[in-house]
Design a protein around this ligand. Structure first.
Ligand code: BTN
Length: 235
């Protein structure tokens, strides 16, 4: 079990940057508000003060776990939300957490120097509709009508991270890929992978042992390790 050491801040630039200044395994930086929160693909990530769970956890994953850490983190956040709030959630590759097709949590894995990984998690917990960046997002409050205890949710995510890391070590990373498959609705469905130079449209077929997304398009099956994936609604 990791000895998580949690530090709370009222305001930071990004919890990712504060964590980067404190590279110790198990350090967790929580902020009520971020002036410059960031998401994947260089996008901003913002939420009004005190309403979202915003944290960064410094981890030293076992070497064999590193490739699947983004998937593992998604599973941990998925299971923590399901256990704490009791709503149905699912995963969009690599680790967006959705409910009824709308995003409720985002995860950013950054690799600073050495063996460290910084896992940034933003969960739209107690946001009202007007607080959300757009209608592709939702919150736990909107879905349940109840406010969520942010400390309890944080504790649940950290517990799940420990459990899934232990499982990855004991059962192998194939168990992580298997657990991810069980928590997604996107496999077998149409997707668009938006890359800097092109967009690939096809069917999301599977994830590989190293966490890449396999998409079958008219050009054949391609593996993606990065890219912005959109689920295409079926008529
Ligand atoms: C995404 O879906 O694009 C990832 C969003 C990650 C946001 C979290 S909030 C806490 C941590 N600090 C940041 O600046 N980003 C992550």
């Amino acid at each position: 079990m990791t000895a998580w050491a949690i530090e709370h801040f009222d305001e930071v630039g990004s919890t990712q940057d504060v964590a980067r200044e404190r590279l110790v395994d198990g350090r967790v930086i929580v902020a009520a508000w971020q002036r410059a929160g960031r998401g994947r693909h260089g996008r901003p990530w913002s939420a009004p003060p005190g309403l979202a769970l915003l944290f960064s956890a410094v981890m030293v994953p076992p070497e064999e776990v590193t490739p699947v850490l983004p998937l593992l983190a998604g599973i941990a956040v998925h299971d923590a939300i399901a256990a704490t709030v009791g709503i149905a959630v699912d995963l969009k590759w690599p680790n967006d957490v959705l409910t009824d097709g709308a995003k409720v949590a985002g995860i950013l894995v950054e690799r600073p120097s050495g063996p460290f990984a910084i896992l940034g998690v933003g969960i739209n917990a107690n946001l009202e509709a007007a607080d959300l960046p757009g209608d592709a997002a939702t919150s736990l409050l909107i879905r349940t009508g109840h406010h969520v205890d942010l400390d309890a949710l944080l504790a649940a995510v950290l517990t799940q991270l420990d459990q899934w890391q232990e499982r990855a070590v004991s059962a192998g990373t194939g168990a992580i890929v298997g657990a991810w498959r069980e928590r997604t609705l996107m496999l077998g469905r149409p997707v668009e992978v938006v890359l800097p130079d092109r967009t690939v449209r096809g069917i999301a077929e599977d994830v590989t042992a190293s966490g890449a997304l396999l998409v079958r398009s008219p050009r054949g099956v391609e593996a993606f390790i990065a890219g912005d994936v959109r689920q295409v609604r079926q008529r």
